[in-house]
Design a protein around this ligand. Structure first.
Ligand code: SF4
Ligand code: SF4
Length: 91
């Protein structure tokens, strides 16, 4: 099964409150590789050229934990609150 097909099986119960926080947007301006925009399989992080900051589409987070490892100093990530976040359509 292709990744896109698998992602179709993911269901979200979206919280209004983000479980992801960029601690220092100023640091992102100095960040050379912007790893967050590449390593997230759900493309949660996006460089917004207009406002010159990283935007975070936390609603699509797959809770894989990769960004925690990729940018441990500037991304604060926790599991969504109980009852929110990812569930699977067939499981
Ligand atoms: S969140 Fe981390 S990896 Fe992403 S641009 Fe900012 S400092 Fe760089
Ligand atoms: S936990 Fe995984 S899916 Fe969620 S924002 Fe981080 S890298 Fe993306």
């Amino acid at each position: 099964m292709k990744l896109d097909d698998k992602l179709y099986l993911v269901r979200f119960n979206t919280d209004k409150q983000s479980h992801i926080k960029i601690l220092d947007q100023e640091a992102c301006l100095q960040c050379e590789d912007m790893a967050c925009t590449r390593i997230c399989p759900a493309h949660v992080y996006h460089w917004d050229e207009e406002v010159k900051r990283i935007s975070v589409g936390y609603e699509g987070c797959l809770e894989c934990g990769t960004c925690r490892v990729g940018c441990p100093d500037n991304i604060e990530w926790d599991y969504p609150r109980g009852g929110f976040g990812v569930s699977w359509k067939n499981g």
